[in-house]
Design a protein around this ligand. Structure first.
Ligand code: RB5
Length: 149
């Protein structure tokens, strides 16, 4: 799968580890930055990664900031993006199976690195359940059509 990754300075170290892990697992990774621990705005980098998904260049994205909150707020401003801020494996599982989340958001100051990797693996491997959940995802798309530019 082709996947965009992004972080701010707070998420840089975890983003780098996720990137390496995804490549080792055979995925193609587009790293839109940031590329150091110098302080930057999560808004810029979250937006870049979501654009990659929105324009069809990447299938999914993984975003990391300190808490994950800023990145998830930014990501969910994008039409067609269903970003899930997850703090445990159950949430990552449900984000895929019930919400068809196409963006995983993690807080680097919230999760231990090995546990964050488990969430990444769940997000990358679990399918969407469809059925009644598809109807709800379609409802979200309709809301976007009706209320977002
Ligand atoms: C940066 O210090 C921090 O505010 C950011 O990484 C994130 O937690 C924002 O939601």
């Amino acid at each position: 799968m082709k996947i965009a990754v992004a972080s701010d300075h707070g998420g840089y170290e975890l983003k780098e580890k996720i990137k390496r892990h995804l490549i080792e697992c055979g995925h193609e990774v587009v790293d839109v930055g940031t590329h150091s621990t110098t302080s930057v705005s999560y808004v810029d980098f979250g937006h870049r990664a979501c654009d990659e998904v929105k324009n069809g260049s990447c299938e999914r994205a993984i975003l990391v900031c300190g808490t994950g909150i800023g990145m998830s707020v930014v990501a969910n401003k994008h039409k067609g993006i269903r970003a899930a801020l997850c703090t445990n494996a159950f949430m990552a599982d449900m984000a895929r199976r019930h919400n068809d989340a196409n963006v995983l958001v993690l807080g680097a100051r919230v999760l231990a690195i090995p546990y964050a990797m488990i969430l990444v693996d769940v997000f990358m491997s679990e399918p969407f359940d469809g059925g009644r959940h598809l109807e709800r995802v379609n409802q979200i798309a309709k809301l976007e059509e009706d209320f977002c530019e």
